[in-house]
Design a protein around this ligand. Sequence first.
Ligand code: AMP
Length: 150
Amino acid sequence: MDDPKAQIMCALTHLKKIVNTAVKNISPFYITKPWGIAEQPDFINAVVLLETTLSPLKLIHVLQEIENKMGRKKVQRNGPRVIDLDIIFYDNFILNHDDLTLPHPRYSDRAFVLQPLFDIAPQLILPNGQQLRDHLATLDLSTITRIETQ
Ligand code: AMP
């Protein structure tokens, strides 16, 4: 909502301030046609590589605090929102907790997650043993458009 590029820049500023955590890489930004509900503005998506000593649960709670600080209000599932911060992978952790599922349960069919992930981690091997590169080749990339961040 509002100015999505500015929202992502603001979220990045918050990520850089998380204790015991370093932002190691930031992907290019992609404009994405909305998922689920079509009658809403386009989304912008990006992937960030963090190095942290926070536990996965502590990290998701910190990310949720950032979402709250940025004024995210949950109105409608898959609908417009100011910011949405998800954890896609945390090393090779597998977790099924009420607050956090790892890997993220819906990453594997989302070009808007996997293309920016590929941009910063082209050698990544997915939990099923498949090369990210090979999996990405099976997805429809026409739904996303890379934009200049400067
Ligand atoms: P969303 O609307 O996609 O932000 O979903 C947020 C809800 O999903 C919160 O209740 C989170 O605790 C939960 N959740 C479970 N797994 C994850 C994950 N890997 N990343 C972010 N949120 C998650």
